[in-house]
Ligand binder design. Structure first.
Ligand code: CTP
Length: 424
């Protein structure tokens, strides 16, 4: 079952989009339609909503939440960011029919209505199905724009030849729904028509992930640790494998099963984790450090259980552990082929602290979350994060995006696609 986002633009071929919406829904996919204003002249939103059981998006700024309960589920989310939510929600994006106008707007990177805004925010596999008059299709401007769309990662289904609604004959008919459905199945199945990877954009890459807490022993019985459960790092490792990467997960002690297809290296202390990362790092294309590493360890671990011995207090001398992320930041290749992402869990001054870590540890991205935010932090299945990246204009002021509350799996996928894009 996949989340299919179907963009519909103004063309008589929009009636075929009803078949697409209906077929995919019957096949068990969840289909959400985004219509342009011109598309609404051909098929009403009510038709699509009735076929899919999902809200049909038509306007950028709805007066009330388009999905009942959206605001209740996340009071911080205004109703006007559906385009970002839909883009994160979708597994595949199809624009069928795609008019000459929307193709031009996509090629120009415009975001002047809800469909093009959604498209600009979307990062997964995408299919364009042009449908228009033959002369409009053959026009060099349209052909140039289609070339740009291909370069931007769109799979383009060439229109079929035949009688067109305008009376002309030639190329311009939208392909039949069966052909579009086959192309979408191929995109979801991991290959596009040319055998390249479409839903496995990380194929060929090595992703290194750290996860979980570390444990620093005091004596054979006791240790210092933290509340990390490893959920975020494990979600990143699982998503990286699902997106086609070879994955090494260096994990502190957690109660989670190894994600399928992931090579897990189990460690206990920060120094063990440092050694395991040191082994794998040079070969990693993308490194995500989600572990909650103990900053300090006990200077001298007692060989025997420490006894109370009638003491009212005792002092432990702690020494600092290696900062693994900072080490990786210093040792990453300088040609931009190795991407480094850290996490920061804070209880105060979230953005200032995170910006400091982004810069001092030479990260390409830093994901910041506040332990005190509802839905964020240890042991939850969701996370609410701010994503920081260095700004080219001003090294001291990073670029900051605030992402919606989302489950850790969706967040992991989105992060990895961003990191892969940073790698260029
Ligand atoms: N990290 C690391 N090695 C350490 C400490 C932290 O690799 N010894 C990594 C974490 O995996 C995380 C990032 O650095 O990706 C930030 O960790 P965090 O604990 O938030 O920050 P610290 O650098 O330890 O700073 P502080 O504890 O003062 O907030």
């Amino acid at each position: 079952m996949a989340h299919v986002l179907l963009g519909v633009t103004g063309s008589i071929a929009a009636f075929k989009s009803c078949h697409l919406a209906s077929d995919w829904t019957k096949a068990g996919h969840v289909v959400r339609v985004v219509e342009t204003a011109a598309a609404e002249r051909f098929v009403t939103p009510l038709t699509f909503t009735s076929l899919t059981g999902q809200p049909t998006r038509t306007v950028m700024f709805p007066d009330s939440p388009a999905v009942p309960g959206d605001v209740a589920a996340n009071p911080q989310a205004p109703a006007t960011i559906n385009h970002v939510k839909d883009a994160a929600w979708a597994d595949v994006l199809v624009v069928a029919p795609a008019s000459a106008d929307v193709i031009a707007r996509i090629a120009a990177g415009m975001a002047d209505d809800t469909l093009t805004s959604t498209i600009l925010a979307y990062e997964g596999p995408k299919l364009l199905c042009p449908a228009m008059n033959v002369h409009m299709f053959d026009n060099p401007a349209t052909q140039r724009n289609l070339g740009i769309c291909r370069d931007l990662g769109w799979r383009v289904l060439d229109p079929a030849e035949g009688n067109l609604a305008c009376g002309d004959t030639g190329r311009g008919r939208m392909p039949e729904p069966e052909e579009i459905e086959r192309a979408v199945a191929a995109l979801l199945g991991g290959t596009d028509g040319d055998g390249a990877t479409a839903s496995q954009p990380l194929k060929g890459l090595h992703v290194l992930v750290t996860a979980g807490p570390t444990q620093e022993p005091l004596d054979p019985v006791r240790y210092l640790t933290n509340h990390s459960t490893g959920k975020m790092g494990y979600a990143v490792a699982a998503a990286a494998a699902a997106l086609g990467a070879r994955v090494t997960l260096v994990s502190g002690p957690v109660a989670l099963d190894a994600p399928e297809g992931v090579d897990v290296v189990r460690v206990v202390t920060a120094r063990d984790m440092f050694a395991a990362v040191g082994e794998a790092f040079a070969d990693a294309d993308i490194t995500v450090m989600a572990a909650a590493v103990g900053d300090f360890r006990v200077d001298e671990v007692s060989a025997e259980k420490i006894k109370k011995a009638g003491r009212e207090s005792m002092t432990l001398r702690l020494v600092s552990n290696p900062d693994i992320l900072a080490w990786a930041g210093e040792h990453k290749r300088s040609d931009g082929s190795q991407i480094l992402c850290g996490f920061a869990m804070e209880t105060e001054h979230l953005l200032a602290n995170a910006a400091g870590k982004l810069a001092s540890k030479h990260c390409d991205m830093l994901v910041a979350n506040n332990l005190r935010d509802k839905g964020a932090g240890f042991a939850t299945d969701t996370n609410l994060v701010a994503v920081l990246t260095p700004s080219e204009q001003d090294a001291g002021t990073p670029h900051i995006e605030h992402w919606d509350l989302m489950d850790k799996t969706a967040l992991a996928k989105r992060l990895l696609l961003r990191l892969a894009a940073l790698r260029g």
